[in-house]
Ligand binder design. Structure first.
Ligand SMILES: Cc1cc2nc3c(=O)[nH]c(=O)nc-3n(C[C@H](O)[C@H](O)[C@H](O)COP(=O)(O)O)c2cc1C
Length: 176
């Protein structure tokens, strides 16, 4: 079983990438590939650039990665209540090739932030929007106050209650 995981953030030390990586490792019998959005850097989408260059190769590459997944583990960075610009740009380029960007792959959708709401705003936006783009969201999870609840040295959730909550979500995750 192949898991494609990513933090929807361009930050080198993305806390969402850390959370997505940890969550992906909790699935049993899984081969995990963690994507880095920096490998899919494209100019900011405009219809004018699209007219010039057509479909961007990196958008094709991102869609091809998703196509290889049995499960998607995605953790959304919250920037001003919304998607990071880097994620939105990749998303926009991809939709011009295949509007069903997430290709109906069973998805664990998450968010975390240093704040107590744990990216609840962007998580809500993604939960509502992704199903229109082939998102097959099977479960979701938000980790509040990342700095207090995640041990970056060990790459694991340090708060036992929240760790158990995520483990329960993954135990009950069904791909059918
Ligand atoms: C431009 C900008 C806007 C932000 N807006 C929010 C926000 O609306 N809500 C929030 O909880 N955190 C916000 N943050 C803090 C981010 O949650 C924090 O930078 C977090 O590390 C982002 O996740 P990442 O590390 O995966 O990129 C913002 C950060 C930046 C740089």
């Amino acid at each position: 079983m192949k898991i494609i995981a990513f933090g929807a953030s361009p930050s080198k030390n993305s806390i969402n990438k850390k959370l997505a990586t940890y969550a992906a490792t909790l699935f049993e019998n899984a081969e995990v590939e963690v994507l880095d959005l920096n490998d899919f850097q494209m100019p900011i989408f405009t219809v004018d650039i699209e007219k010039e260059i057509g479909q961007h190769e990196l958008a094709k590459a991102f869609l091809a990665k998703i196509a290889t997944a049995d499960i998607l583990v995605v953790s959304m960075a919250e920037n001003n209540g919304n998607y990071s610009a880097a994620f939105k740009n990749i998303f926009d380029w991809c939709t011009r090739i295949n509007a069903k960007v997430f290709q109906e792959k069973p998805m664990l959708l998450m968010a975390t932030s240093p704040g107590a709401k744990g990216g609840a705003s962007v998580l809500g936006i993604a939960k509502n929007a992704f199903p229109f783009y082939g998102g097959n969201i099977k479960a979701n999870f938000s980790l509040p106050s990342f700095d207090s609840n995640f041990d970056v040295t060990n790459g694991k959730i340090s708060n036992p209650e929240l760790d158990n909550q995520l483990k329960e979500v993954i135990k009950n995750f069904s791909i059918v």
